[in-house]
Design a binder for this molecule. Structure first.
Ligand SMILES: C[S@@+](CC[C@H](N)C(=O)[O-])C[C@H]1O[C@@H](n2cnc3c(N)ncnc32)[C@H](O)[C@@H]1O
Length: 180
């Protein structure tokens, strides 16, 4: 991985030890990168950017990353991190409410990473599903740590015959979904 990206990832990690920006654990970041690389993802959508830690892992695969964030300060900090990592041309920050942005979404994506409001996961899923390419992947974070709030989403996914889903029991719990 480019040394500039590694430096920014390390900086975010060490400067935010108490994790007030709710970034994914490093192991989840590594897994996101590996999956993006394995499917040669071209366009990734992230719902929930915060200060850009997971977006940097995703973009380190070489894909374009569209990342949604409603909080101005966190989006500003993410923008700074993307510039420092030399990835500001590969990561596009979409500022605003995820449900509003998804209502107007029209781009096909190979990979979606969901990590915003857990109570809205089922709605994000319904809105983004038509834009996931066949064989594309959706990963939802925190389905173990936020079991109650992600329950509606998990019920929808487990009954959905159009996808194959598998819980990855690492870190905060990642729901791995493949569109058939
Ligand atoms: C868990 S953090 C994301 C962490 C990030 N994925 C990472 O690992 O570095 C969730 C972020 O989603 C944002 N968020 C929550 N609900 C949102 C919504 N409805 N629209 C846009 N952003 C939202 C929050 O402001 C917060 O910064």
């Amino acid at each position: 991985m480019d040394v500039k990206i590694v430096k920014v990832l390390d900086k975010i990690y060490t400067e935010d030890k108490e994790n007030k920006y709710w970034r994914v654990p490093r192991t989840s970041g590594q897994l996101l990168r590996s999956i993006a690389l394995s499917i040669t993802a071209k366009n990734i959508l992230e719902i929930g950017c915060s200060v850009g830690y997971s977006a940097l892992w995703l973009a380190s695969s070489g894909a374009y990353v569209y990342t949604i964030e409603s909080d101005k300060d966190r989006a500003d900090l993410a923008e700074k991190h993307f510039k420092e990592a030399g990835l500001n041309n590969k990561i596009i920050i979409l500022r605003g409410d995820a449900l509003e942005i998804l209502s107007k979404w029209n781009k096909k994506v190979d990979f979606v990473f969901m990590d915003a409001n857990k109570n809205e996961y089922a709605d994000y899923y319904k809105k983004i599903y038509p834009f996931i390419k066949k064989g594309g992947i959706l990963i939802a974070d925190n389905v173990i740590s936020h079991k109650e709030s992600s329950k509606t989403f998990l019920d929808v996914v487990c009954k959905d015959k159009r996808v194959i889903s598998q819980l990855i029991e690492i870190d905060n719990g990642l729901m791995f979904i493949v569109k058939k």
